[in-house]
Structure formats: structure tokens, C-alpha cells
Design a protein. Structure first.
Length: 233
């Protein structure tokens, strides 16, 4: 199977966690988009549920599929969120934010009873860090925030280039929340919990892409089928 086919298989497996009447969080990214398509097909066949998207892109996709949508203000508690990951390890620690939606993804996931991660096997790693860690920061004082991130990350053993994410036209990438993204090319994150804690000390940091102790189940699609990991496994 190629990567696209694996993503489709993982998304199909995640439909087993979808039940009538539930409130469902819809993730962001290429794998999550396949899941949203499946939810849309199920709604067209009569499935009754309400969903909360984690980005404006996912909202637009879901709306085009006539998936009933709500907001966290209207429905502050969800049953399940299904989302992808840029990296995950055996402890179900994740790096997310490649699509720039890490803040809303983390808010929706933590408001859910269960987070189900869907991914192809290329995302399963022994150690986080090969994928650049996204950090969402406010626009004010960007250089100051970058310097502080670099300093505090270095204290917990993470060093590498930290670059502002740009769009193809050369302008800054702006999140749905009006913030910038810094991508941290650390290569190895040996102490994710320590790094996440250090980043919270930077006033300009809104959120980071380390999802620790949030995911409950991971469905990882490979050539041999689906591997299911559960938190604490």
C-alpha cells in the first residue's frame, strides 16, 4: 500500500469509534480529511451526530459534506476526537501542527473523553523530533520569543534551527487564531515533557505541538494491516 492508501485504511478503522448521537471532534490534515469524508458519507446515509472542527479548513470541508456542526461554546464537551499526527511514539506522545491548527486541535482533543489518532506507519517513530516541532506564538515580540524559546529549549537538550513558517508566496503563515508559527528543527526530543514545560515559560508562546498524555488510542496503518496502540500499553 502507498501512503495515501494507508491513511484511508486508518480512517476507515476509526469509524468504529463513531456512534449515533455522539459529539465528534474532526481533526485537521491529510489523514483527518479522509476521516471527515467518511463521516460525511455516513451522515448522508442517515447517521445522526454533531461535530466540532479543529480548523477553518476542516469546517469548510465538513460544511460542504452537510455534516452537522457546533462549537465548543455551544457544546463544551465531546465524546471522541479523531485526528492525525505528524509523529507519534510508543507512549502515544505526539507532534502535531504541520497544518498549523495545533492550538484548536489541542483544545478540542482535551475537551473530549477520548482522542483517537489515525496515521500511516511512517509517522510512528522511536523518538520524536525529526518532524520540526511547531510552536504557535503571538505576532508581537516575535524575535524576543524566538530567542527565549531557543535558550530554554537548549537547557533541556534541544538545539537546532528555529524558523518562522512562511507561505509559498513568501508572506508569513497566519493561523486561524491570527498568530505566527515557529518550526523547531531539533532532530531529537529526548525529554518531551521537560521541553513542553520549558516552552510554557515563554510569554509569547500560545501553544506548542507536543501532545502529551492526550491521545488514548492510535490506529497505525501499515502493509500488514492496522496496529492499535492504547495509552499505557
Amino acid at each position: 500500500m502507498n501512503s495515501d492508501e494507508k491513511k484511508e485504511k486508518a480512517a476507515q478503522k476509526a469509524m468504529a469509534f463513531v456512534t449515533p448521537g455522539m459529539t465528534l471532534g474532526l481533526g485537521t490534515g491529510s489523514t483527518a480529511a479522509k476521516f471527515v469524508d467518511l463521516v460525511g458519507a455516513a451522515v448522508a446515509d442517515g447517521l445522526d451526530l454533531v461535530c466540532i472542527p479543529t480548523s477553518e479548513a476542516t469546517r469548510a470541508q465538513a460544511a460542504a459534506l452537510n455534516i452537522p456542526l457546533t462549537t465548543l461554546d455551544e457544546t463544551p464537551h465531546l465524546d471522541v476526537t479523531v485526528d492525525g499526527a505528524d509523529e507519534l511514539d510508543e507512549h502515544l506522545r505526539l507532534v502535531k501542527g504541520g497544518g498549523g491548527a495545533l492550538l484548536r486541535e489541542k483544545i478540542v482533543a482535551t475537551a473530549s473523553d477520548k482522542m483517537v489518532v489515525i496515521a500511516d506507519d511512517s509517522k510512528y517513530v522511536e523518538m520524536l523530533g525529526q518532524f520540526p516541532l511547531p510552536i504557535e506564538v503571538v505576532q508581537f515580540g516575535l524575535k524576543s520569543s524566538l530567542m527565549m524559546i531557543e535558550s530554554l529549549a537548549g537547557r533541556v537538550g534541544c538545539k537546532g534551527d528555529i524558523v518562522q513558517r512562511m507561505k509559498e508566496d513568501g508572506t508569513p503563515f497566519i493561523t486561524d487564531n491570527g498568530n505566527f508559527i515557529l518550526d523547531c528543527h531539533f532532530g531529537r526530543i529526548e525529554k518531551p515533557e521537560a521541553l513542553s514545560g520549558a516552552l510554557t515559560q515563554v510569554p509569547g508562546v500560545v501553544e506548542n505541538g507536543l501532545f502529551l498524555g492526550i491521545a488514548d488510542v492510535a490506529l497505525i496503518a501499515g502493509d500488514e494491516g492496522i496496529t492499535q496502540l492504547e495509552f499505557g500499553f
